[in-house]
Write a protein of this length. Sequence first.
Length: 162
Amino acid sequence: MIIVLMGVMGSGKTTIGAILAYLMGVPFIDADDHHPAANKLKMQAGNPLNDEDRKPWLEALNGLMQEWFLSGSGGVLACSALKERYRDILRTGLPAGTVHFVLLETAKELLVNRLAQRQHEYMNPDLLTSQLEALEPPKDALVVLNNRPPDEIARDILQQMI
């Protein structure tokens, strides 16, 4: 099983994803770690990525997910996956039912507070508005409200997935 924990910046993808992967005994990847330098510089300057910026990054993530599938390990990927076409790229070449999307929903006020308290190498908090505007809620995802401790949310996701 491959789980893509998705949502806007500050929604808890990395924190919850790492716990979820640990509970499942599978690898964890934070998609932010795989952005090319040009994307990082663009976001650091407060400029949102466009589809052309994201496509090679999403294709690389799809390759990592295909490696998980071929090895039989499964895994958890923390990735914004904001648009349906991005999710289509992520699941390209993987059998139906292999990739499961989990959308972490978080109140905007909480997102703003979290972003004000964290330091990120290149994710400029000013990008939150553009991410909220770009988010196309998936029709086929488990939707989880992130309003509890991360370990509780990870356990809840795991229970609903198995």
